[in-house]
Design a protein around this ligand. Sequence first.
Ligand code: HEC
Ligand code: HEC
Ligand code: HEC
Ligand code: HEC
Ligand code: HEC
Ligand code: HEC
Ligand code: HEC
Ligand code: HEC
Length: 343
Amino acid sequence: MSIRNFCLAAVCSLIFAASAEGGEGIISLQYPPGDGTIMEYGLLGISLSVPEGSADEIMLKAGKGNEAERIPVEGEFVCFTVSLEPGINNIEITALKEKGAVDRVVLTVFRRSELISRYRVPPQNFKKVYFHAGERTECTRCHALKPGVFDRKPISPATFSAEKFDSGTVIAATSTCYSCHKALAAYPYVHGPASVWSCLSCHDPESEPVYSVRKPDSAVCYGCHVEQKNRWLSMKYHHGPVTSGRCTICHSPHASENPFNLFKPTWQLCVNCHPEKGTGKHVIAESSSSEGHPTRNRKDPVRTGRDLTCASCHNPHASDSPHLWAFRVQDAIQLCRKCHYDK
Ligand code: HEC
Ligand code: HEC
Ligand code: HEC
Ligand code: HEC
Ligand code: HEC
Ligand code: HEC
Ligand code: HEC
Ligand code: HEC
């Protein structure tokens, strides 16, 4: 199979550039079709084929300073997932035969990030490529692609803990999405519906493009988080990104390294958009002291067992108090007293 068979008009020239570098033409990228793909989150699934017996290992280099990873070639197809950094990623794929390189392909992929202003808008030449827009008969030889009932099993935050089952084998056997997207949930904090692979509770197979998600995010999130919706919308003040309904600026809908599936730990997340507040000087602006108030690396005196962060004093979503204070108080002095009883 030639890579040209999968050439989409818009990225043709880029594919030729990538394959020209390849030389021997042993690696046929099945997906993605070539350079210039835009991704939202940190993972990209890749599938390639090599002629039988032409290579015994694939060496993979992605990300800055990462160790090369070696994947044994066991048949004609090799499928794997790479992690993406925000911004431009160069993914170097080398086919090895008896430890010698026989072919190399370099793929350039852009990971967009709402949180980092220079990566908010993709550079020219980058396009969103939709995998599920095609028939993908080259994949259905081994993978099922038609979604089943399990992919839409109903999930409610109110009853989730009681119903939750975590049998990996059941999920692997019943989720259509698992075989290709399993890396998506392989993080310490996994969002309820993603943890049980109820992917279609957000991704609509009837939508155009297939599996696209309704916008703004709150239209999707509030569908299940009714309690939060009612509580927050009834409050007087709302946080900018919540007002515009962009929940996934801060929360991964799937999984992440951080509690509440946040893209960054809370303090880093807040300072990302409010860089001048990290010093804590704003808390005691009128005090003569040049040292600001601590905003991290201390224990939270009210929320026992948790660390002090911006969220100790501010609610990230909504509040009835000024400045989104996390307590029902009307002025700063009342706020101080919530933690400093002797004042
Ligand atoms: C010859 C059989 C075969 C074909 C054809 C095939 N795959 Fe795979 N793929 C596999 C197997 C086997 C796995 C491992 C499944 C598992 O562990 O559950 C896999 C896993 C994957 C993964 C997950 C890799 C990981 O480790 O995270 C992705 C992504 C993937 N395939 C994409 C594709 C795409 C896209 C196509 C079509 C272009 C395709 N595959 C065609 C056999 C195949
Ligand atoms: C044959 C492997 C395979 C299966 C099975 C599969 N996907 Fe994908 N999917 C991919 C690849 C490859 C991509 C593009 C690269 C990536 O996101 O890793 C993708 C991309 C997507 C996207 C982004 C939009 C797009 O079309 O590129 C969504 C959403 C998605 N998949 C949802 C699902 C859901 C939901 C299921 C189960 C019903 C599923 N996928 C099953 C391989 C697969
Ligand atoms: C709570 C809702 C929700 C659930 C559940 C969910 N997703 Fe998503 N997913 C999203 C949103 C929102 C996006 C971002 C889409 C956008 O903004 O274009 C997304 C994007 C994706 C993408 C594209 C990633 C990229 O980098 O472009 C893939 C692939 C995907 N989802 C697969 C899955 C799979 C597989 C499951 C099941 C385990 C799943 N999703 C469950 C909401 C969800
Ligand atoms: C299909 C229903 C469903 C949708 C849609 C949904 N969630 Fe959830 N969410 C859940 C369930 C179930 C839990 C797990 C509750 C538990 O662990 O008891 C959860 C938990 C969470 C948590 C962690 C709460 C905690 O206390 O640890 C966050 C944060 C969250 N969701 C955010 C979102 C965001 C953001 C969206 C929209 C992108 C969204 N959810 C859409 C069902 C949903
Ligand atoms: C500015 C970043 C940000 C945005 C935007 C955001 N969240 Fe959160 N969210 C957080 C943080 C931080 C926490 C953890 C707060 C804490 O430490 O108590 C959290 C906690 C949560 C929780 C669990 C705790 C609770 O209060 O129930 C849910 C559910 C949740 N968010 C859903 C959403 C939904 C739905 C949206 C969109 C309407 C949204 N979030 C928008 C930052 C954000
Ligand atoms: C994606 C960017 C973004 C992130 C992340 C973010 N904010 Fe904001 N924040 C805004 C915007 C936009 C506004 C509204 C503009 C304004 O009033 O200055 C705002 C306003 C505020 C306000 C002022 C509200 C008022 O009425 O005085 C507070 C307090 C605040 N944010 C706290 C936080 C905290 C705490 C976090 C972390 C949980 C956080 N922000 C994370 C963008 C962000
Ligand atoms: C100990 C409590 C406390 C902590 C911790 C705290 N703040 Fe504040 N924050 C305040 C008080 C008090 C005000 C009101 C200051 C004023 O009156 O100008 C405020 C106001 C703000 C405002 C609105 C300022 C304006 O100009 O309207 C933002 C934005 C903000 N904080 C962000 C943050 C961020 C980001 C963090 C974490 C790095 C943080 N805060 C940590 C107490 C706190
Ligand atoms: C969410 C709880 C919380 C709130 C609200 C709060 N603080 Fe603090 N404050 C702390 C913590 C924790 C420390 C660090 C104590 C330590 O290092 O042992 C601290 C330390 C201080 C210090 C340094 C002296 C000391 O005891 O170490 C001052 C001064 C201070 N706070 C003033 C204020 C003022 C003024 C306000 C109201 C604008 C305020 N705080 C609101 C939690 C809070």
